[in-house]
Design a binder for this molecule. Structure first.
Ligand code: UN1
Length: 500
C-alpha cells in the first residue's frame, strides 16, 4: 500500500499533513511523509487548564461509567486496528505484525481497564478503638501527563491512559517528536469516542501536545499535572524526575533496559534459539525489553552459538510493510551510527563481531536498515553495561549459575530478564530473592513481549515505575485512610488520655 494511502486510511487529509514546522520522515524508506503544525508553550498551558477543569467533573462520574468510555475506546480501536497498525509501521518502522500487536496491546489494556473500573478496591482495617471503623478509599488524583518514546508510539500511551481514565484522571499526551502522526491518529479516535459518550466526558479529558521537549517540560513544571508517566531514555527520565522532585509530584518511570538471558545446560535449545532470535532482532532491537546480553553455559556454548550465527545470516531484513520481513529499519541514521560505534567499542574490548553494518534494501537507500549483530565477548566488559538501541546481542560464557546471575544483575538497568532451563532448582533460584534483580523475570520465555495483565517496569535506572496490569492502577489514584467513629465516646489512639 502506498504511503499516502496509509495516511489517508488513518484519517489524515492532505492539508493536515503540510504547512507545519515539524517534519516527519518514515524510517521505511527515509522519505518525508508530513510537515505538521506543533503546539506552543501557550497551547500547553491552555491544555493543562482545560484538563484541570475536566478533572472537576470527571472525578465525580462513577468509575464504571468511566469504564464505559474506555470500553468504547477499545471498540473503536478494534475497528481501526489495521489502519492504525499500518501507520505505526510507517512511522516507526516496526514490521506490520508488530504494528498490529501494538494496537492489540491497546485493545487488551482497554478490556482490562473496563473490568478494573468496577474493582477499584480499598481495604477495611481493624481499628484498635471500640466503635470505630477504618478503611481505605481510592480517589482520582488529577491530570496525568504521559510522555512516550518512538519505539512504542501508541501502546504505552494506552497502558497509562486507559487506567488513568477509569481512575478519574484527565490525560495529556506528549508523544515523541519522531512519531507524532500515530499520536494524532489516536487523538482523533479519542475525539470520536468522547463525542459519542456525550456530555459526561468533559472537554479537555484527553489531549495531545505535538512538538519538542519543551512541551514535556511544561507538563513536568506545572503543579496542575499531578502525575507524569514517562517512557524513554534514562537521561530523559532523570530530567523528568529532577523537575518533578522540585514540586514533589508523582512519577511513573519506565526507562532503559539491558536485558539478559541465561541459557543453562538443561535448556531446550530449540526453544531458546527461537526466543533469542525474536527478542534480540524483533523491532530491530529497539524495544526497551529487547534481548541484549546472552549468558551461556560453557557446556552448551558450541551447540548454540554457531546455530545462532547461522540463523542471523538468513534473517529476512527488509521493508516492514512487506510480508515476510522480520527485521525492519532503525528509526534513523543516528541510530545506525550509534550501533556502529558500539560495535567498534566492543571490538576494542575484545569482542568478535558477526554481522552488523548497514543493510542495503532496494529503493530504500535513504533508510537505516542494519544487519543484526552477534558479538562474542571474552567477559562482561563496559560496552555490555550500556543500552544501545539497536540489534546487537553480546554473548558471554559462564560456568557457575551464581556467577551468571551476578553478571545479569551487574548492569545499571533492571527491566527484564530470563533463564532457559528445565531444572526446577535452577529456575526457581533465578526467581528467588537471590536471583534476578529485574522487574520482569521469566523462565523459558524471552525478555520481550510482556502481556498487559502483569505490572510492567523495572528497578534501578529503569526507574522503578509500574504500568499496565496487576495493581499498577494505584499509581493513578490517591489513597485516603478513613477512620469513622460511630460510638458516643472519643477514645484516642495509642491509649492516650486527657481531661478538659
Ligand atoms: C517498550 O519497549 O517500551 O514487553 C515496551 C514488550 C512490550 C512492551 C515494550 N509489551 O516487549
Amino acid at each position: 500500500m502506498p504511503h499516502s494511502q496509509i495516511l489517508t486510511a488513518a484519517g489524515f487529509s492532505k492539508d493536515a499533513l503540510t504547512g507545519g514546522s515539524l517534519s516527519v520522515k518514515t524510517p521505511v524508506d527515509g522519505s518525508k511523509i508530513a510537515c505538521i503544525a506543533t503546539h506552543s508553550l501557550a497551547d500547553a498551558e491552555t491544555q493543562i487548564a482545560k484538563a484541570k477543569a475536566a478533572f472537576k467533573s470527571w472525578r465525580l462520574v462513577p468509575a464504571p461509567r468511566r469504564g464505559e468510555l474506555v470500553r468504547l475506546l477499545g471498540e473503536e480501536l478494534r475497528r481501526e486496528k489495521e489502519n492504525l497498525g499500518r501507520l505505526v509501521t510507517l512511522e516507526c518502522g516496526k514490521i506490520y505484525q508488530e504494528g498490529l500487536g501494538e494496537v492489540q496491546e491497546m485493545i487488551d489494556i482497554c478490556d482490562f481497564a473496563v473490568g478494573l473500573s468496577r474493582q477499584l478496591y480499598g481495604l477495611t482495617i481493624a481499628s484498635e478503638r471500640p466503635g470505630h471503623a477504618m478503611r481505605e478509599s481510592w480517589h482520582p488524583m488529577g491530570t496525568c501527563g504521559v510522555i512516550t518514546a518512538f519505539n512504542f508510539p501508541v501502546a504505552p500511551w494506552c497502558w497509562n491512559a486507559a487506567l488513568a481514565l477509569v481512575c478519574g484522571d484527565p490525560v495529556i499526551w506528549k508523544p515523541s517528536e519522531k512519531t507524532p502522526l500515530t499520536a494524532l491518529a489516536v487523538q482523533k479516535i479519542c475525539d470520536r469516542v468522547t463525542a459519542a459518550f456525550g456530555a459526561e466526558a468533559p472537554e479537555g479529558l484527553i489531549q495531545t501536545l505535538i512538538g519538542e521537549r519543551d512541551l514535556g517540560e511544561a507538563l513536568t513544571a506545572s503543579k496542575d499535572v499531578a502525575i507524569i508517566s514517562a517512557t524513554g531514555s534514562v537521561p530523559m527520565g532523570k530530567a523528568v524526575a529532577q523537575d518533578m522532585s522540585q514540586r514533589l509530584g508523582r512519577t511513573i518511570l519506565e526507562l532503559g533496559g539491558n536485558n539478559a538471558m541465561i541459557v543453562a545446560p538443561s535448556a531446550d535449545l530449540e526453544m531458546a534459539l527461537r526466543a533469542i532470535v525474536f527478542s534480540a532482532v524483533g523491532t530491530a532491537g529497539q524495544r526497551c525489553t529487547s534481548l541484549r546480553r546472552l549468558i551461556v553455559h560453557a557446556d552448551i556454548y558450541d551447540a548454540l552459538i554457531p546455530r545462532l550465527i547461522k540463523a542471523y545470516a538468513g534473517l529476512p531484513i527488509g521493508d516492514p510493510l512487506a510480508e515476510g520481513s522480520l527485521v525492519g529499519p532503525l528509526i534513523d541514521d543516528l541510530a545506525l551510527a550509534a550501533m556502529d560505534k558500539a560495535l567498534t567499542q566492543a571490538q576494542t574490548e575484545g569482542g568478535v563481531v558477526h554481522g552488523g553494518g548497514q543493510a542495503l534494501i532496494d529503493s530504500h537507500a535513504a533508510a537505516a536498515y542494519a544487519h543484526p549483530a552477534i558479538v562474542e565477548m571474552p567477559s562482561q566488559s563496559p560496552i555490555m553495561h550500556t543500552e544501545t538501541f539497536a540489534p546487537i546481542l553480546y554473548v558471554v560464557k559462564y560456568d557457575d549459575l551464581d556467577h551468571a546471575i551476578e553478571m545479569q544483575n551487574e548492569v545499571p538497568q533492571g527491566l527484564s530478564s530470563c533463564i532457559f532451563s528445565t531444572d526446577l532448582r535452577e529456575s526457581e533460584y533465578f526467581l528467588s530473592a537471590a536471583g534476578s534483580d529485574c522487574g520482569i523475570a521469566n523462565v523459558n520465555i524471552g525478555p520481550s513481549g510482556a502481556e498487559i495483565g502483569g505490572a510492567f517496569g523495572g528497578e534501578k535506572e529503569t526507574g522503578g515505575g509500574r504500568e499496565s496490569g496487576s495493581d499498577a492502577w494505584k499509581g493513578y489514584m490517591r489513597r485516603q485512610t478513613n477512620t469513622v467513629n460511630y460510638s458516643r465516646e472519643l477514645p484516642l489512639a495509642q491509649g492516650i488520655k486527657f481531661d478538659i
